[in-house]
Design a protein around this ligand. Sequence first.
Ligand code: IDP
Ligand code: MG
Length: 170
Amino acid sequence: MVCTLLTVLAAFTDAMSKRNLAERSFIMIKPDGVQRGIIGEVIKRFEQKGFKLVAMKFMQADEALLKKHYADLSEKPFFAGLVKHVSSGPVCPMVWEGLNVVKTGRFMLGETNPADSRPGTIRGDFCIDMGRNIIHGSDSVESAQKEISMWFDEKELVEWTPVQHSMVYE
Ligand code: IDP
Ligand code: MG
């Protein structure tokens, strides 16, 4: 009872201070990350940070979906190679939720070029080449919303409250 009251109070305080604990990011392990066995490591890092998993699947994406996903980059010289690579094998798309998950998720991933990514980041720890940087993460809340709706149906996004919620957020 006290716990429920505290949770309600915390949600109210967050709403008043405009903290969005329900922000979502689209994170996807690309075929190179899948082949190299890094799915578990990525999930571990997002879980141990305190973020909440909302959706996850394992699938092979077709070129049409990837052309839409990477539409902003369609004029880039590496676009064809990027679409070909990411459609070449299974990917693991996920939705993670939490306060500032888009920005923090990008920090956790590291820079686009693994050579500029610090040790401790996913790209800094696990890869070398730009075209094999193993993971995608939304770059803004707006693109996260677009990407989530491209990859998941509304009914695939699971509503749940982790028991640890009040130990992650004050
Ligand atoms: P991001 O994944 O860090 O958001 P974007 O600029 O959105 O980076 O590019 C999407 C993906 O395209 C990158 O993750 C990377 O795999 C690939 N890419 C970006 N720039 C280059 C490049 O100059 N050469 C080869 N591949 C690139
Ligand atoms: Mg990007």
